[in-house]
Design a protein around this ligand. Structure first.
Ligand code: PMV
Length: 306
């Protein structure tokens, strides 16, 4: 074990198009955020996660159980893992997947096992199943890949395709408020879909078509077309009863500030985050911050300024 600890980073994620439908095998488009979770592994007598005392009760148990799954999958290297995050929790930005990817990276490194994106995603999946039950895999796959991807759930062989953008693809991420667990929102939608399968099937078909169109728009550098797909996707998420007054108000606020497209991201429900696609998001971030909105800029793809 080296004197300096192993470190691993798991970025948060933003789903540009296709959340929820992705659970049912439709495509989604997602990319990594600049913020995320950093894990550090120190030599120890046993493989363990340091959980801050402020985390108690059910959350503490869940974290410990999830980490145990990743420890098992990597042969229990003798390390104590500490984590640090600059990602807001329970906002639809993939904080649990980022944690899982950061832990997977340091455990694989400490165990001296190969750590390709696929292997990292496989270990992270063990943790995500504890957090979410039956995740589609889009969150931890995006975090493990660390780049914009087209994702389609296909059981053991998920379809994962990197998507290149010839222009900077920049988002404004606005936080609306903490929301309920993804597991509950996904289960409630499943119950509605089981009751009215053909109506919900039609909406999912349309969401899937938008994700496929979004990929083509990005590859052409046509951000106006991507923005329009995001706007329509928000309308469909609203039709699926996954939006709320707070999310809708923020979507309209970002559009008034010049967003090419704006939509909720992640599971939605009674809170979460809204994405605004802007050519230059910085002035909108400055203005919203002055008005008391928690928000930040993240570039998901495309050439970066040096
Ligand atoms: O937990 P969140 O808010 O990051 O959302 C995950 C995305 C869903 O499509 C709603 C669920 C899934 O497993 O893909």
């Amino acid at each position: 074990m080296p004197l300096t600890p192993f470190t691993g980073f798991g970025p948060g994620k933003a789903i540009l198009l296709g959340e929820h439908a992705v659970v049912y095998g439709y495509p989604a488009l997602a990319g990594p955020l600049s913020r995320g979770v950093t894990a550090r592994a120190f030599p120890s007598k046993r493989c363990q996660l340091s959980i801050p005392p402020s985390i108690r009760g059910e959350r503490r148990r869940l974290l410990a159980t999830a980490f145990e799954k990743a420890a098992q999958a990597t042969g229990r290297p003798l390390v104590r893992v500490e984590v640090e995050s600059d990602l807001p929790l329970s906002m639809g930005l993939g904080s649990s997947a980022a944690l899982a990817v950061a832990c997977a990276r340091v455990l694989l490194a400490a165990a001296r096992r190969p750590a390709s994106c696929k292997q990292v995603a496989r270990v992270a999946d063990e943790m995500e199943r504890e957090f979410h039950g039956t995740p589609s895999g889009v969150d931890h796959t995006t975090s493990a890949q660390g780049r914009l991807i087209f994702f389609r759930r296909r059981g053991k062989t998920d379809q994962v395709k990197p998507v290149e953008c010839p222009r900077p693809l920049k988002l404004l991420v606005a936080l609306v408020g903490e929301r309920g667990p993804t597991k509950q929102t996904v289960a409630a939608l499943r119950a509605r879909r089981d009751q009215w399968p053909s109506r919900y099937g039609r909406l999912f078909d349309e969401v899937g078509a938008l994700a496929a169109e979004g990929v083509k728009a990005i590859e052409r550098g046509d951000l106006a077309a991507l923005g329009d797909a995001m706007n329509v996707n928000h309308g469909l998420l609203s039709a699926l009863q996954l939006s709320s007054e707070g999310l809708d108000v923020m979507v309209h606020r970002l559009r008034r500030l010049g967003a090419l497209g704006a939509k909720l991201t992640g599971a939605g429900g009674d809170g979460g985050a809204v994405l605004g696609l802007f050519l230059e998001p910085e002035p909108a971030v400055a203005r919203l911050s002055r008005e008391g909105v928690r928000c930040f800029v993240s570039q998901l793809a495309g050439p970066r300024e040096l």
